[in-house]
Ligand binder design. Structure first.
Ligand code: NAG
Ligand code: NAG
Ligand code: NAG
Ligand code: NAG
Ligand code: NAG
Ligand code: NAG
Length: 467
C-alpha cells in the first residue's frame, strides 16, 4: 500500500517540483530474520546534496550522510544497515536492515535536510516472530507455539495458519493465551506438522511470520489411521519408521480388532501366515522415545480381482476390483500391461471404473491386467489379473475339432444306415408290388426267398469253415 502511495507522492513531487512527502508517521511489520525496508522518500532537485540522518529513539544515529556524501554508521549498525547510494541520488533514503532481530524494533526517524526544506519522518518498526518450544517435540508431548510482536500492537487481531490454511485455535485441541504475545498450547501430533504462520492485523497493516514444525515419533505411517494396501496372497511390509535420530526402545506390534482388544505379535511376525481379514485387519506398532510411548495404528486393506469366471470362452468376462475397505478410494483404473522383448513394462488401454467388461477374450485383450486405485493424494496401489487366452482357446479348439470330427463321422454313419434302410425298403416294396399282382404267391415267395437266403448264408458259413 505504501509503495503505491509513494508512487503517487513521487508523481506529485515530479509535477510539483517541490519536496512534498508522505505522512509523517508510519507503522510497519517485519518478520524476524527477513530484510526490513524502512521507507523514506523525498524527491527534490538537489537530492544528492542533501544531508540525511537516520536515528533511533534512545539509541541515536543509525546511519548518516553528510553534504560531501560521506557515510557514517552508528554503533553495531554497519554490518546490517545500509542506504543504497544509487537510490539516495534519486531521492530515496529508505533504510535497509538485514536479518531483522527483535532488538531492531522501535521508533526510527528519517531526517532529510536540503536547501529548500527540512523533512522529518517517523517510523515504528514492529518485529514479528513465531517460535516453537520445544523446537521438535515428541508426539504426544505438550508444546507451545508463540507469536510475539515487539512492540505488541494494541487492538490488533491475530490469526493462525497451518500450511497456508486458516486454523481456529479456539477449538478444543488448542489453548490460546494472549498477553503481549499470542500463544498456542497443544499436544504435539503428526497432523500439526508443517509451516505455522501467525498473521497480525492492525488497521490496514498486516504482519506475518512463519516457522516449520517437526513432530518426532513414528513418521511412517504418517497419519494415525493409515491404510496399507496389499494384493491378496502377496507379501506385505507394514511400515513403522521412527524419525531420524530417535532410538526407540520396547518396540512392539499388536493386532487389534474393531472392539479394541489387542493381540500381541512377536516382533518378527510373518504376515503371510496370518489371516488378515476384517475385523482382524488392524495393527498397532509402538515404541518408547524420550520416555514417551508413541503408537501408530494402521489397517491392512487387501485387494483382489474377482472374475465372473465364464464357463465358455465366448461369454463376456467381467473383472471387478475388490478392496476390503475402499473408503479412501476415489477412482479405479484398468490398465493392460505388456512387456517387450527387453522386459520393459508398458501400459495400454486405460479404462476408468471398478468393473472391467470384456465382450470376448481375444489376443488383443488377454494377458496381464492391473486395476490401479487412486485416493485423494494419488495412487494407493494396484492389483493384477491374468486373463488367459492361449491355453483356453487351444483347449477350445481341440475339443471343438474333435467334436466336429465325431459329428461328421456320426452323420456319415447315420446316412449310411439310412441308405441301407431305404434300399431294403425299396426291395421290400418291389417284392410287395410283385406279390400284390399274385397275392397267393406271397408266402411262397417269402419262403423261397428265405430259403434262398438261408442257403446262401449256409454256403458262406461252409466256405468260412472250409477256409
Ligand atoms: C533545517 O534545519 C536546520 C537545522 O535544524 C536549520 O538550520 C535550517 O534552517 C532548516 N531549513 C529549513 C529550510 O527549514
Ligand atoms: C513450508 O515452507 C517451505 C519453505 O517456504 C516449503 O518449501 C515447504 O514446502 C512448506 N511445507 C509445506 C508442508 O507446505
Ligand atoms: C513367512 O511365511 C511364508 C509362508 O508361510 C514363508 O514362505 C516365509 O519363509 C516366511 N518368512 C519368514 C521371514 O518367516
Ligand atoms: C474403512 O475405513 C474407514 C476409514 O478409515 C473406517 O471408518 C471404517 O470403519 C473401515 N471399514 C471397515 C469395514 O474396516
Ligand atoms: C532393447 O534393448 C536393445 C539393446 O539394449 C535396444 O537397442 C532396443 O532399442 C531395446 N528395445 C526396446 C523395444 O526397448
Ligand atoms: C503395481 O504396483 C507395483 C508395486 O507398487 C509397481 O511396481 C507396478 O509398477 C504397479 N503396476 C502398475 C500397472 O501400475
Amino acid at each position: 500500500m505504501w509503495q503505491f502511495l509513494l508512487l503517487l507522492g513521487t508523481s506529485l513531487l515530479v509535477t510539483g517540483g517541490r519536496c512534498q512527502c508522505l505522512s509523517e508517521y508510519t507503522e510497519m511489520f517485519a518478520e524476524a530474520g527477513s530484510q526490513a525496508v524502512l521507507p523514506c522518500t523525498c524527491r527534490s532537485p538537489s537530492a544528492s546534496a542533501a544531508v540525511v540522518l537516520w536515528s533511533k529513539d534512545l539509541e541515536g544515529t543509525v546511519w548518516r550522510k553528510g553534504k560531501s556524501g560521506l557515510e557514517h554508521w552508528g554503533i553495531g549498525a554497519a554490518q546490517r544497515v545500509r542506504c543504497p547510494h544509487s537510490e539516495v541520488g534519486a531521492g530515496d533514503y529508505s533504510l535497509y536492515i538485514k536479518e531483522v532481530r527483535e532488538e531492531d524494533s522501535g521508533k526510527y526517524t528519517c531526517m532529510v535536510q536540503d536547501r529548500e526544506k527540512n523533512l522529518s519522518k517517523r517510523i515504528l518498526l514492529r518485529v514479528i516472530k513465531v517460535s516453537i518450544s520445544p523446537p521438535a517435540p515428541v508426539e504426544g508431548n505438550k508444546m507451545t507455539i508463540t507469536c510475539s510482536v515487539s512492540p505488541w500492537p494494541q487492538e490488533a487481531t491475530v490469526s493462525w495458519m497451518l500450511n497456508e490454511k486458516r486454523v481456529y485455535p479456539d477449538s478444543a485441541d488448542y489453548v490460546l493465551s494472549k498477553n503481549q504475545a499470542s500463544v498456542l498450547e497443544s499436544k504435539a501430533s503428526a497432523g500439526m506438522m508443517g509451516n505455522w504462520s501467525c498473521v497480525v492485523h492492525k488497521g490496514r497493516k498486516q504482519g506475518k511470520a512463519t516457522t516449520a514444525l517437526t513432530v518426532r515419533g513414528i513418521v511412517n505411517p504418517s497419519s494415525s489411521s493409515a491404510k496399507v494396501y496389499a494384493e491378496v496372497g502377496s507379501a506385505v511390509t507394514l511400515p513403522c519408521v521412527f524419525s531420524t535420530g530417535l532410538t526407540p526402545s520396547d518396540t512392539a506390534w499388536e493386532r487389534l480388532d474393531t472392539s479394541g482388544s489387542a493381540l500381541p505379535l512377536s516382533p518378527s511376525f510373518n504376515l503371510t501366515s496370518l489371516l488378515s481379514l476384517p475385523p482382524w485387519d488392524r495393527y498397532r506398532c509402538s515404541g518408547t522415545v524420550e520416555g514417551r510411548r508413541v503408537t501408530k495404528e494402521m489397517q491392512l486393506v487387501t485387494a483382489q480381482v474377482l472374475s465372473n469366471s465364464p464357463s465358455t470362452q465366448k461369454a463376456p468376462v467381467s473383472l471387478t476390483c475388490h478392496l476390503s475397505n475402499a473408503s479412501e478410494v476415489t477412482e479405479y483404473e484398468w490398465v493392460r500391461v505388456t512387456y517387450d522383448l527387453n522386459g520393459t513394462q508398458s501400459e495400454s488401454s486405460v479404462q476408468k471404473g471398478r468393473v472391467l467388461g470384456i465382450n470376448r477374450v481375444t489376443d488383443r485383450n488377454s494377458g496381464e491386467w492391473a486395476c490401479r486405485f487412486h485416493g485423494k493424494k494419488g495412487v494407493l496401489g494396484n492389483v493384477t489379473y491374468h486373463l488367459h487366452l492361449m491355453s483356453g482357446l487351444m483347449r477350445d479348439n481341440e475339443t471343438g475339432s474333435s467334436s466336429y470330427v465325431a459329428m461328421v463321422a456320426g452323420l456319415g454313419f447315420f446316412l449310411l444306415v439310412l441308405l441301407l434302410v431305404l434300399v431294403q425298403m425299396y426291395r421290400n416294396y418291389r417284392r410287395r408290388k410283385l406279390i400284390l399282382q399274385y397275392p397267393a404267391l406271397e408266402t411262397i415267395v417269402h419262403t423261397i426267398a428265405n430259403e434262398r437266403e438261408d442257403r446262401e448264408r449256409n454256403r458262406v458259413k461252409e466256405d468260412e469253415i472250409s477256409k
